[in-house]
Design a protein around this ligand. Structure first.
Ligand SMILES: Cc1ncc(COP(=O)(O)O)c(C=O)c1O
Length: 396
């Protein structure tokens, strides 16, 4: 082999060529892992940055798999210009820190997701952003917490883990009258349950990790804002701090979305049936499911969610922490795992996981005893699910 040919080899190897094209096309979305995009000229790069031409430049600023996923969730939420982030918490953080600054005040629902609460109390405060919490079932508590410097309210529609239903219409009215931004974390409810932009929300957030992706194999978030200037502030912050999602995970989540309506409807149907089954069980002291007449917010759930009462069920056994432990051990086929929204049913025990940092008294005030469980109901055969829970409860 001549020296010339040997020298040519590496260059051939690194020359990137487009995949061979033909008259057919793939039916599956391609994954585009490129970190960087070549523009045809300097003039064209100017045109891209100035929005006169479409085109990607650098993946931290955006890539096709994230755009496609964001557009699909936009369509579900009735939004436009939403972005995908590397986790649900990245979306919550971008919504708060991209918009708020030192001297501002934010009011959160008192039963927000644990890390959202921590972000508000321990991180925002370090940057001079003041935080208060208010009971989401009481809109007047939000009015009472307003200050002249209040800029945002952050709320979840259905609380974790006691599944209380927020007074969304009342809180939206308080936000509107006070000229305060209303941010809604719609992870539990999903756009199939409630669409916050249709009810006065300014910002919508998701942990895609949960029901939207649905298979416990990606960690992603989504955030969209009604006002393009707010959306740009959130996007710029997210790009600066590097909340960018991986194209591979976006691709998986997009695949998950195709079955989301089917999964959600089936899981919801199962949840309603399992809630009734548990309520009739002698070892169960109480069941919390927004679709049941005995739920403390049943009337509001009916008005707000109609039949879309979701896949989450909580219940309390007639027993203490030891009995709860025996219950978990007795049914290993029900994964004891602190997540939600998987195709399979998972069981979580807030006193030992999400709420373990609280004192027993503080937990009791929230209605979380050592015998309290939260179930994320999956799409299994309901007869199988009932028998799994009967097997677990027999150990109580
Ligand atoms: C309501 C809610 N918001 C946000 C998050 C955070 O999402 P992620 O785990 O994708 O960061 C979670 C996680 O459980 C959640 O339940």
């Amino acid at each position: 082999m001549s020296d010339d040919r040997r020298n040519e080899r590496p260059r051939t190897l690194v020359r990137r060529m487009p995949l061979t094209e033909g008259v057919s096309r793939p039916v599956v979305t391609p994954i585009q892992p490129s970190v960087v995009y070549a523009s045809p000229s300097i003039d064209m790069l100017h045109a891209q940055y100035e929005g006169r031409e479409k085109g990607y430049t650098y993946a931290r600023e955006g890539h096709p798999n994230a755009t496609l996923l964001a557009e699909k969730i936009d369509a579900m939420e009735g939004a436009s210009g939403g972005i995908v982030t590397g986790s649900g918490m990245a979306a919550v953080t971008a919504a708060l820190m991209g918009v708020l600054g030192a001297g501002d005040h934010v009011i959160g629902g008192s039963q927000l997701y644990g890390r959202s609460l921590r972000l508000m109390h321990q991180d925002l405060t370090r940057f001079g952003i003041a935080t208060s919490l208010a009971d989401p079932t009481d809109a007047e508590a939000f009015r009472a917490a307003l200050r002249p410097e209040t800029k945002m309210i952050l709320i979840e529609v259905v609380s974790n883990p006691t599944l209380r239903v927020a007074d969304m219409e009342g809180i939206a009215a308080v936000a509107r009258e006070a000229g305060v931004l209303l941010a809604v974390d719609n992870t539990f409810t999903t756009p199939r349950g409630w669409r916050p932009f249709e009810h006065g929300a300014d910002i919508v957030i998701h942990s895609i990790t949960k029901l939207l992706a649905g298979h416990s194999d990606v960690t992603l978030g989504y955030v969209a804002a009604r006002d393009p200037a707010i959306a740009k502030a959130i996007y710029d912050f997210s790009v600066t701090v590097g909340f960018t999602p991986s194209p591979y995970e976006c691709w998986l989540a997009e695949r998950g979305l195709y079955t989301f309506p089917l999964r959600y409807d089936r899981a919801e149907e199962n949840a309603a049936a399992l809630a009734d089954h548990l309520a009739a069980h002698p070892k169960v002291a109480r069941v919390l499911y927004p679709g049941r007449a005995d739920h403390p917010d049943a009337a509001r759930a009916e008005a707000l969610l109609g039949a879309r009462t979701g896949n989450m069920v909580s219940f309390e056994i007639r027993g203490d922490g030891k009995a709860a432990n025996r219950m978990v051990e007795a049914a290993p086929q029900l994964p004891f795992a602190p997540t939600l929204g998987d195709v399979g049913t998972t069981l979580s025990h807030p006193a030992s996981s999400s709420h373990r940092a609280l004192t027993p008294e503080a937990r009791a005030a929230l209605g979380i005893s050592d015998g309290f469980f939260r179930v994320s109901v999956g799409i299994e055969d309901i007869a199988l699910l009932k028998s799994d829970f009967d097997q677990a409860l027999a150990a109580v």
